[in-house]
Design a protein around this ligand. Sequence first.
Ligand code: 2NL
Length: 346
Amino acid sequence: MDLAQLTRDLDALRDQALASAAVAPDTAALDVLQIEVLGKKGELKGVLRGIGALPPEDRPKVGAIGNQVQAAIEAALADARARLGGAELAARLAAEAIDVTTPGRPIRRGSLHPIVETAREIADVFAQFGFVVYEGPEIEDDLTNFQMLNIPPDHPARDLWDTLYLDLDNRLLRTHTSPGQIRVMHQERPPIRALLPGRCFRYEAVDASHGSEFFQVEGLMVDEGTSLADLKGLLDQFAHAMFGADRATRFRPGYYPFTEPSVAFDILCVICNGTGCPACSRTGWMTILGAGMVHPVVLRYGGIDPERYQGFAFGMGVERIANLRHRVVDLRLYMEDDLRFLEAFR
Ligand code: 2NL
């Protein structure tokens, strides 16, 4: 090994590397080439190892030539990389281009179930009169669901055929949201204005107007000097907000064990406007809720002194209100989760 031979080897290495860089098809090939030629175990290092066999005075010359060769190869690689990289970027931009004029895919928005929506509309009306929404448990005890509401042990609602009893001691699925009102009386001091929406349960043969599950909204007001006149005024406002300011209303005597006196509240039939049709059993009127003055016994169960405070309460089936507003005839539709039905309310 002599200086001339090493110089020729270095020249050959450079020429070969420059030729390879010139024909490399892509930047990945350049990466491979760089490692093969300039890497730690690459060809250039291999040739320069011959330096040790040279006389000491020749070694710096080979070192200088080696540096020139390395610089030339690096420059060639950089040139090729700039050329190929530009082409690759252009190809990628063309391939991945996004057509911003393509119409978007619309997102399918959900909507509230008609029963939930109706319950909220009811709550919105009473909120304007200061009523606050509370919720009670769906699993209740016999005491709160029946006894504290003055519903006697032999009342038909307590029959096994009407109430869903649980296999837990004295537990049942609430048959109305009234037990929630009892809980509100226990936890609040008068004046009370409470609204209780919620799912209720009856053990019942299912038909177009009865289901084993239904939604109820109940209201309760307790204060000094609360009277039946306050109840009538409030319910009239409610009916007009829900069914139109010109919808006629009427009160009739009713009966509930937990109110005395009790009333039924009707609106003029929304189908026939009072002329009589099957929807109103030809009476011209439709009952939308029941109400009354809270029975003193019930107030006392709620921890409220009936000598000082009076209260009224009302309760309505949300399905019934929704039916009248949307002219739906079969309650079962609300529980079937048939999208064709639900989408009609979007
Ligand atoms: C109906 C009638 C009603 C009540 C519910 C009530 C609650 C308490 C005390 C007194 Cl804690 N009353 N609730 C009163 C009258 C009628 O519901 O037909 N609901 C679907």
